[in-house]
Design a protein around this ligand. Structure first.
Ligand code: AMP
Length: 385
């Protein structure tokens, strides 16, 4: 009898949940590992509860799966490498290691021809002063490791803010270190979502334009307006990075677009990414399905879009679902997580045959939910474009 492939997923959050949901129609079973028994991917796939330091138990899982992948990048690189000695592990542990350290990440970006903000590693108070003197202000001091969604960051408007920045983050300089980055005066933030197969085949989805509130993604619009010139350049950057990492799976590269049209790499995610959730309904093949296909060596699916899409993140708690359910081609995603301030608990994607219809649907839903739409200029561009 045909034995279904089994994909092990380390991390059991909403990304693992959506991977498991996409894997099912392909006949792929998922086995999810998380340290919390209530991890939301456990509602849709078998869940093994194990601590990330329980290496012998985690390594045993290698015998039960055909490949291992991740729903978060902070899996200890040593564990990923030990797993890779036993079973196919994609993306490669090297990609995880790179993305875990902002200095290593930006250094690699530059090696791949991806411009970045000016940056300097900071380990001591004196090094912070030296970095501020070289880079100038405004600048952002960030933790090198374990920062996400704008956490572990301090903005310096002037050199005199160095004291406050050090007070806020200096304690984290040991042992992980900090990074000072020049503030990029970007006009918009986009992300390129790419997938690379085991055979090196490489595809991208159209760029998403992303809006953040306090460093957290709140809305993505895709395809981003006016990307004819940007898309091929962004694709080339993502491709250079994916090839350098010998990458397999879905990779997201977050880019700042400056007024002069330059693209600067902010960070990469060696996994499916929040700015690609719109692909579930908005593209012929979603990021989740293509990630599963890539890591199991299946042919990649078409990354073309059905039409424009807008994705709203639900943070903290779910809003009323009726305005979304009452809208044509609108799609509700409840991750099944407990409400908690700032937590990503769900999203909705609105799709439409054209930009003007999408803008109208977004306005209607936003008004019904009493929400401000940050991407208003981009939506206006869609309406007229
Ligand atoms: P990060 O955690 O690095 O993705 O930062 C979260 C958000 O902070 C980004 O999406 C940007 O909106 C903003 N940000 C981070 N780094 C910079 C920078 N060097 N210049 C300007 N804005 C930044």
């Amino acid at each position: 009898m045909h034995k279904p492939p089994v994909l092990g997923i380390l991390g059991g959050g909403q990304l693992a949940r959506m991977l498991a949901l996409a894997a099912a129609p392909l006949g792929v079973k998922c086995l999810v590992v998380d340290e919390h028994a209530d991890a939301c991917a456990g509602h849709v796939a078998p869940l093994v509860v194990a601590g990330w330091s329980e290496h012998p138990r985690l390594l045993e899982l290698a015998g039960q799966v055909d490949a291992v992948t991740f729903d978060f990048e902070n899996v200890e690189a040593g564990l990923a490498r030990a797993l890779a000695d036993r079973v196919a592990v994609w993306p490669p542990p090297f990609a995880l290691a790179v993305s875990q350290d902002r200095v290593t990440e930006k250094t690699l970006f530059r090696e791949c021809g991806i411009m970045t903000a000016e940056f300097a590693a900071v380990g001591t108070r004196a090094e912070l002063d030296a970095a501020v003197a070289t880079i100038g202000t405004p600048a952002i001091l960030k933790t090198r490791r374990f920062g996400y969604d704008g956490k572990g960051q301090f903005r310096l408007k002037a050199p005199a803010d160095a004291d406050a920045a050090w007070q806020a983050l200096g304690a984290q300089a040991i042992p992980d270190g900090l990074i000072l980055e020049s503030f990029v005066p970007f006009v918009r933030e986009v992300s390129v979502l790419a997938v690379r197969g085991r055979d090196g085949e490489f595809r991208t989805w159209p760029l998403s334009q992303n809006s953040h509130t306090n460093g957290v993604l709140t809305m993505s619009l895709a395809p981003a307006p006016d990307i004819a010139a940007l898309q091929p350049r962004a694709d080339a950057l993502a491709r250079a990075l994916a090839e350098r990492l010998e990458y397999v799976g879905v990779l997201a590269l977050e880019l700042f677009v400056t007024a002069g049209g330059d693209l600067l790499g902010n960070e990469m995610a060696p996994r499916v990414h929040n700015s690609g959730h719109w692909t579930i309904e908005g593209a012929h093949t979603s990021q989740f399905e293509n990630h599963v296909r890539a890591v199991l060596g299946m042919p990649l699916g078409d990354t073309g879009v059905r039409g424009p899409s807008a994705m709203f993140n639900w943070l903290g708690e779910l809003p009323p679902m009726e305005p979304v359910l009452q809208t044509v081609d609108a799609h509700w995603h409840d991750y099944g997580k407990q409400a908690r301030p700032g937590r990503k608990v769900g999203h909705a994607t609105l799709c439409a045959p054209d930009g003007a219809t999408l803008a109208t649907r977004v306005d209607t839903v936003a008004k019904a939910l009493g929400r401000e739409v940050q991407a208003a200029p981009a939506l206006r561009a869609l309406r007229s474009g």
